[in-house]
Design a protein around this ligand. Structure first.
Ligand code: C5P
Length: 235
């Protein structure tokens, strides 16, 4: 369970992020650095987290011409990133460039996993239609997941509600990374379509992104241990 939890370090102050990470050292496998923290702290944050023994998910949702994405994946792999996100809607050539750059990094030893974002959960049918895509969001997400698989991506990021469908479409070894995870005892915050850690794993998630239930409480260590124990008592 500890290796399946990714703590979302959604801070704009790198010192605050690293302080929280220090408190969780040895208790959880992964930390997530998103756009806000990366913009504030860059490679120094990634390297500090790696130095503390965490695996690091750098969630920058890359979407650019293939040449740019190849270069970004190469640089982030060299910083020690263990998992990276790209937008599947960037197209097959862009996705392949990301996978190739990861493979090249892997030849020297360290290959980051490339996971694809399909349709952002903040996008509803009307917002998608306004971008020229008439297909319903779930169908579009399925189509983009198939494209990501064809291009060699290691998996997808999706809501727990989509995890079962994605697991079925992508097979047993794919990464299925789900945010929107809330233990029964935690506040939903602004997440609307949530699942408990147990339900997300049962639906086929390989990794659970959990932020505020751990980071925005007085005792993050106790919160994490409660989540881990919840899963263990289910078994
Ligand atoms: O605090 P909370 O557990 O809601 O944090 C979830 C993390 O997952 C945040 O970093 C958020 O940006 C990210 N995320 C999400 N929903 C998505 C994709 C990413 O909540 N669809």
């Amino acid at each position: 369970m500890r290796d399946k939890i990714i703590v979302a370090l959604d801070y704009d102050d790198p010192d605050e992020a690293l302080e929280l990470a220090r408190r969780l050292e040895g208790r959880v496998g992964w930390m997530k650095v998103g756009l806000t923290l990366y913009a504030a702290g860059g490679r120094a944050v990634v390297e500090a987290l790696k130095g503390a023994g965490f695996r690091v998910f750098v969630d920058l949702k890359l979407h650019d011409i293939p040449h740019q994405v190849r270069g970004a994946v190469r640089a982030l792999a060299a910083q020690g990133a263990d998992m990276l996100t790209v937008h599947a809607s960037g197209g097959e050539a862009m996705l392949r460039a990301a996978v190739e750059a990861a493979d090249e990094a892997g030849c020297g030893g360290h290959r980051p996993a490339i996971v694809a974002v399909t349709v952002l959960t903040s996008i509803d049918a009307a917002a998608l239609a306004a971008t020229g895509v008439a297909r319903p969001p779930a169908e579009q997400a399925g189509l983009l997941a198939a494209l990501a698989r064809e291009a060699g991506c290691d998996g997808v990021v999706c809501s727990p509600q989509e995890a079962a469908r994605m697991r079925e479409a992508l097979g047993p070894t794919a990464f299925v990374v789900t945010p929107g995870v809330r233990p029964a005892w935690a506040a939903a915050d602004d997440q609307a379509r949530i699942a408990t850690p147990e339900a997300a794993l049962a639906a086929g998630a390989s990794h659970l992104v959990i932020g505020r239930p751990i980071t925005a409480v007085p005792d993050p260590v106790a919160a994490l241990e409660r989540i881990v124990a919840g899963e263990e008592t289910e078994r």
